[in-house]
Design a protein around this ligand. Structure first.
Ligand code: NDP
Length: 252
């Protein structure tokens, strides 16, 4: 494993209590970053319990971890999030936009709510977080947006998700141009199929069929995405910006 050193760097990963975001923040924790664990507080408090549990795990790795709750769909909540981060730790070095949802349905069955909820979370959420972070993101910083291979080659039933992720890719390329003068890079990652609760339980025969189509022969692990994020957030990747890195096992 590559040994990155993010000591002294402050990293925010949205949606980092579980799944891909959880693994990304764990990667930063192992590399010595100050970790800002963000979650979406639901009325039952279940997400907060998950977030606190994950924070404990990261603290066990000797990381400094601060928890923040915000609904990325809300511009006011995201503005409050960035203000709270500024007050607590003074600024940000790395922003990873990971929070996202999936509501796949064929166009005929897709409701307006299916469309809007995915656009609100997966595209507007990234817009709010990028925009509101600009004042606290330090020069020389990094933005890494978790898009999807569906933003390049969308699948059946993914009009909402594919459109939102394609939007994230376009937004990333614009940010790269606009922020270059501050030495801030902006890149996107396009994961293929990564084993998390988002993809749920897949029937064994369907899974085997997908695995046959993936050149590397397996679904991705959250750590596969985390490794790519750490690289694009590192000092060493400073001349790479406006790019989309597929993490798909060779599948598209
Ligand atoms: P999970 O469902 O495991 O995690 C999603 C995360 O997003 C959760 O932490 C959740 O927070 C957070 N979230 C959802 N809605 C909101 C909201 N309104 N405000 C704040 N946070 C929110 O999914 P994955 O880990 O699989 O996915 C992470 C990212 O990777 C997503 O952007 C997804 O589109 C992308 N991706 C995933 C792939 C896969 O195969 N799994 C493939 C390609 C891309 P909480 O836990 O607090 O509810």
């Amino acid at each position: 494993m590559i040994q990155y050193n993010f000591a002294g760097k402050v990293v925010l990963v949205t949606g980092s209590s579980r799944g891909i975001g959880g693994a990304i923040l764990e990667g930063f924790a192992k590399a010595g970053a100050t970790c800002l664990l963000h979650y979406f507080d639901d009325p039952k408090g279940e997400n907060r319990r998950d977030a606190e549990q994950h924070a404990e795990k990261l603290r066990g790795l000797k990381a400094t971890v601060h928890l923040f709750a915000a609904d990325v769909r809300s511009p006011e909540a995201v503005e409050g999030l960035m203000k709270a981060i500024h007050q607590k730790v003074g600024g940000l070095d790395v922003l990873v936009n990971n929070a996202g949802i999936l509501r796949d349905r064929t166009m005929r069955k897709m409701t307006l709510d299916d469309w809007r909820s995915v656009m609100d979370t997966n595209l507007d959420g990234v817009f709010h977080c990028c925009k509101q972070s600009l004042d606290i993101l330090r020069d020389g910083g990094r933005i890494v947006n978790i898009a999807s291979i569906a933003g390049i080659h969308p699948f059946h039933g993914q009009a909402n998700y594919g459109a939102a992720k394609a939007g994230v890719i376009a937004l990333t390329k614009v940010l790269a141009k606009e922020l270059a003068r501050r030495g801030i890079t902006a890149n996107a990652i396009a994961p293929g199929i990564i084993q998390t609760t988002m993809i749920g339980d897949i029937k064994p025969d369907v899974r085997a069929d997908y695995e046959r189509q993936i050149p590397l022969g397996r679904f991705g692990r959250p750590e596969d995405v985390a490794n790519a994020v750490l690289f694009l957030s590192s000092e060493e990747s400073g001349y790479i910006t406006g790019q989309v890195l597929p993490v798909t096992g060779g599948w598209y």
